[in-house]
Write a new protein. Structure first.
Length: 329
């Protein structure tokens, strides 16, 4: 099979497309999928740079956390998926290859209305956003929500999910142009973040009459922590999904105590197969019906052929994207 290979830690130039042995035939509850398209994620960039090694059991040198393709074969205890079924799913690594081997619980059926590219743009970001907002934070109908990096893959998914739940949706970005594009997805209040993150907290407090938002979904990290706490309402919840701008920050426990705040943190890649299966099941039950009826949709920035994987990484690293970068096979 052809696959993306990380030849050493470094920039996009260390990526190569090589012919590698096909995976073994599936055993147990495993399913072998022929990949037609795969999403690119920040985790792939970090892994390529040598900062985010693959979890145990995943290939150490083939990136890729999400895919869409056809079932080729199933293990003896995998009863849900027959050859030829169109599926999409998540994995700890190895999705940027012509074949990927995954547990049957970590894939879901592709709606008939979606192309391979559209299907590959859904799993990682919508599962992450749905799990963070609804499973972890128990987001309720109509709650005001702040979503940082609203134009990112997870950000665009979270904006759509929160809007579908009738929430007042605030979103931040460093680009006014990006935020204008996200408005069409259900963003109510766009906030451009300049050099002082605390400014977004003041804007939110002004917009909410001093009350703040009930929920913050943060993909940025340390520089936004103090402002996040300020922007939260009493009994508010903050969840950290990414630390692209830094992982270490001081926390004002006095603010947390006064407002009785709760802070969560989550990641999808390192979870056990059972935990991933639960998240995929929630995605299949609660998100895909809204995709089928057109309420939710994949947001695709650009599409690259497998041989142009270095250019795909450069595009994602440019910070100019709105939505997903997809590799096609």
């Amino acid at each position: 099979m052809r696959a993306v290979l990380i030849t050493q830690a470094g920039g996009p130039e260390v990526l190569a497309v090589r012919d590698l042995p096909n995976p073994a035939l599936p055993g147990g509850d495993q399913v072998l999928v022929r990949v037609h398209a795969a999403g690119l994620n920040r985790a792939d960039i970090l892994q390529r740079r040598g900062f985010y090694p693959a979890p145990p059991g995943a290939p150490s040198d083939i990136p890729g956390l999400e895919f869409a393709g056809e079932v080729v074969a199933s293990g003896p205890t995998a009863l849900r998926w027959k050859p030829g079924r169109r599926v999409m799913g998540i994995t700890g690594g190895g999705a940027q290859a012509e074949f990927v081997l995954v547990p049957e619980g970590t894939i879901a059926e592709v709606p008939d209305s979606l192309s391979w590219v559209e299907a590959a743009a859904l799993p990682e970001v919508f599962i992450t956003a749905h799990d963070a907002l609804f499973t972890q934070l128990d987001l309720q109908l109509g709650e005001p929500v702040l979503i940082h990096a609203a134009a990112s893959g997870v950000g665009t998914a979270a904006v759509q999910l929160a809007h579908a739940a009738g929430c007042l949706v605030f979103g931040t970005s460093r680009s006014e142009e990006k935020l204008e594009r996200v408005r069409a997805l259900g963003l109510d209040e766009a906030i451009v973040v300049r050099d002082k993150p605390e400014a977004f907290a003041d804007q939110i407090l002004e917009a909410t009459g001093g009350l703040g938002v009930n929920v913050v979904l943060d993909l940025v990290g340390a520089p936004y922590l103090a402002a996040n706490l300020k922007a939260l309402a009493t009994l508010g919840r903050l969840i950290s999904v990414g630390v692209t701008a830094g992982a270490r920050a001081e926390i004002n426990l006095g603010v947390m105590l006064h407002k009785r705040l709760r802070i969560f943190a989550t990641t999808l890649r390192g979870r056990s197969p059972a935990e991933k299966a639960a998240a995929v099941a929630a995605f299949a039950n609660h998100v895909l019906p809204l995709v089928r009826c057109g309420i939710l949709k994949p947001v695709i920035d650009t599409t690259f052929n497998l041989d142009d994987v270095a250019a795909a990484h450069q595009r994602l690293e440019s910070n100019e994207t709105v939505g997903k970068v997809i590799l096609t096979f």
